[in-house]
Design a protein around this ligand. Sequence first.
Ligand code: XIL
Length: 382
Amino acid sequence: MRIRRVLTPVAAIAAAILVASTAAASSSTVGAGHFRPPADSLRALAAPIGLRIGTAVTPFELDNPAYTKITGDQFSSVTPGNEMKWQVVEPTQGTYDWSGGDRLVTFARQHDQLVRGHTLVWHNQLPNWLTTGVSNGTISNAQLRDLLHKHVTDEVTHFKGQIWQWDVANEFFTDSNPSMINPNDFWVSHLGAGILADVFRWAHQADPRALLFYNDYNIAGEDGSNAKSDAVLAWVKQQQAAGVPIDGIGDQGHLDTQFGFPTKMTSDLQRFADLGLKVAVTEADVRTFVNNPTEQVPTDHLALFAQPYEYAGMLQACLNVRQCISFTAWGFGDANSWIPGFFTGEGYATIYDVNLNPKPIYADLQADLILAARGAPHRPLR
Ligand code: XIL
């Protein structure tokens, strides 16, 4: 189903500005340090305010020229979807495979993009040799701690100087009210909650210039109660008081139209920022129920409006907070999104449709970025 869009006043202003500014740079060129994105691209429109617009990328997608072109043209930051996770970088104990991450880092350099590293310690996507060794007792807790130390040090060292922000720790808090560091988490149950501070310290030692983030979902009011955000806020204050090198908080931003927009998002991001932290939206997508995973046509026609409303709302929350330094989409094409595989019956979660045509949200993001960068014209009284 396609819907025709009426040109809103905002879109009309955007169009006028774009017509004036695209003439000089309508095509992109790759060259060391000289990549010129189209002037109406998301990355170019966000550049005047210093905001990076990112996307998750899995390197096989870089084999597809249409995909590669959008990745380079539209985004000024990239995150590997899987290729820096422990399962991928050390599938066999002692044998590293950095090829996927290296490929993305090279692509980013060629396209003047910054890289978000994702992720150093998480309960998911761990190598089998590690989880099996822990469960059958051949890896003791002391050995597990040493293995984690080595993993963090080796990975951060390998990519030293190439990573702008590291998602150091991912998804450690419970979804309960009140929320807390999950005592049943793989790492916490074996090594205690204090392991998080150690991992931040190890990462900082290996690359003192990388920005170190704690990353999680539902920490900007998406849970309704704000319990998870409150818990992370209390925890990060303790870490700061203890001198743990933590620079930022990432809200993943995986929304679903059936739950409505989290209205506390701006104030939640702002209160992290008020602690002197950077903030970021790290994995934006907005899913909804669809006809099938191939076409991904929303089954409720109102979802065609709810999806861009909620997606743009996340960008607006980031725009509202000066310390929000990046807004990253968790992939940009519905055909490659993780959503249909993980949320049965859902899809339509990204910026481009299954044929890589921009959806209504694309124009909304452009318009919001233009307003953020240039402001609306001031009105005369008469
Ligand atoms: C997802 C990837 O997109 C999938 O390809 C993979 O099969 C599972 O992980 N939160 C995160 C991301 O922090 O690492 C997850 O990425 C999505 C949820």
